[in-house]
Design a protein around this ligand. Structure first.
Ligand code: NAD
Ligand code: TYD
Length: 355
């Protein structure tokens, strides 16, 4: 069996669902159920004995040690993190605690477990750390995309905390020989994406008749990958990645934020038109920029394509259509995640922004 952490979040829950759709290998899913973790994402697995959910913290060494001893997983995939840049600007401490201190405790527990394995089990064990392209900092227009050799230049508390976790993972390989793999992926989108991030926020606000808040001039560029393609890349790295190596994951889909918002509006105009017949673009509102806002991210995914033969299945066009459709068909999920805490966050992040 394998152990995943953060498997009730956006990418983790897609990973768990895809894993069990493709194999019968059991998954233990350790998740603290922060505001971003949601058991409803995994509701289809409620009666599935291949999925063992445990609510807990990656920083809880006692719990981790117990889980590892009891279940003896052949691999651990670490998705657990605080993941939203804007939240890291308002309150960086949780990011330091989970992404840095939590990853450290997780590595310690896994190191002890792995030391005590023997023979084939020790040879086969893998610790796969899921990270982000944001650790590489910001690119200017026409600068080559990030390769795995790009220097680390994180600019937000979020990316700095992820960079620190990547360094710890690297150090545990070089110092203790821990069999690690690291992936650095570009921006994901797709089902179960919490509506504090750009694409789901725009869909949800548009349908609710609310403003579509575009930071700054809207010309910042992100490189978008459909979440299920990220999951297939992680499976491939787990299967065939070289120990200690880093793999950048991306779909060669650079888009300016404003173009993303226009695409979302066009799809909603076609599929769920406003009653007044006007376009959802009428709701676009330019608002004060994010402090320290990175201008451009772009992933060079040549290494994973060349060495592991991985390629994404979706284009941006097919992926965004599936995503918009998913949100239209899952209004119940959307309503349930918009709790009081969610509304407080929206208030905090957007109240002073309107120009
Ligand atoms: P998310 O915020 O949707 O989910 C994070 C999950 O981790 C939640 O279920 C949360 O409850 C859990 N968690 C948080 N703190 C924990 C702790 N201390 N112990 C156990 N569980 C804890 O994030 P996501 O978008 O699914 O991202 C998953 C991983 O992928 C993160 O490491 C993130 O840095 C990385 N990543 C995300 C993107 C993206 O576009 N979303 C892109 C590249 C890499
Ligand atoms: P986000 O989804 O938060 O991902 P990240 O900052 O990790 O790339 O934001 C994607 C881009 O969209 C980023 O350039 C910030 C911008 N953005 C807005 O313009 N308005 C918003 O309300 C949000 C949440 C993001």
């Amino acid at each position: 069996m394998i152990l995943v952490t953060g498997g009730a979040g956006f990418i983790g829950s897609n990973f768990v669902l895809d894993w069990l759709a493709q194999s019968d290998e059991e998954i233990i899913n350790l998740d603290i159920l922060s505001y971003a973790g949601n058991r409803e994402n995994l509701a289809t697995l409620d009666k599935d004995s291949r999925h063992i959910f445990v609510q807990g913290d990656i920083g809880d060494t006692v719990l981790l040690t117990h889980l590892l001893k009891q279940h003896k997983p052949r691999a651990l995939i670490n998705f657990a993190a605080e993941s939203h840049v804007d939240r890291s600007i308002h309150g960086p401490e949780d990011f330091i605690q989970t992404n840095i201190v939590g990853t450290f405790h997780l590595l310690e527990a896994v190191k002890t477990y792995w030391y005590n394995l023997e023979g084939e089990a020790k040879q086969a064990f893998r610790f796969l750390h899921v990270s982000t392209d944001e650790v590489y900092g910001s690119l200017v227009k026409d600068e080559p995309a990030f390769t795995e050799n790009h220097r680390y230049e994180p600019n937000s508390p979020y990316s700095a905390s992820k960079a620190a976790s990547d360094h710890l993972v690297r150090a545990y390989h070089h110092t203790y020989g821990l069999p690690v793999l690291t992936t650095n992926c570009s921006n994901n989108y797709g089902p179960y994406h919490f509506p504090e991030k750009l694409i789901p926020l725009m869909i949800v606000n548009a349908l609710a008749g609310k403003p579509l808040p575009v930071y700054g001039d809207g010309q910042q560029i992100r490189d978008w990958l459909y979440v299920k393609d990220h999951c297939s890349a992680i499976r491939r790295v787990l299967e065939a990645g070289q120990l200690g190596e880093v793999y950048n994951i991306g779909g060669w889909n650079e888009k300016a934020n404003i173009d993303i918002v226009h695409t979302v509006c066009n799809l909603l105009d076609e599929r769920s038109a406003r009653v007044d017949g006007k376009s959802y673009k009428e709701q676009i509102t330019y608002v004060t920029d994010r402090p320290g806002h990175d201008r451009r991210y772009a992933i060079d995914a040549s290494k994973i394509e060349r060495e592991l033969g991985w390629k994404p299945s979706e284009t941006f066009d097919t992926g965004i259509k599936k995503t918009v459709q998913w949100y239209l068909e899952n209004q119940h999920w959307v309503a349930n995640v918009q709790s009081g805490a969610y509304r407080e966050w929206v208030e905090k992040n957007y109240i002073d922004r309107v120009i």
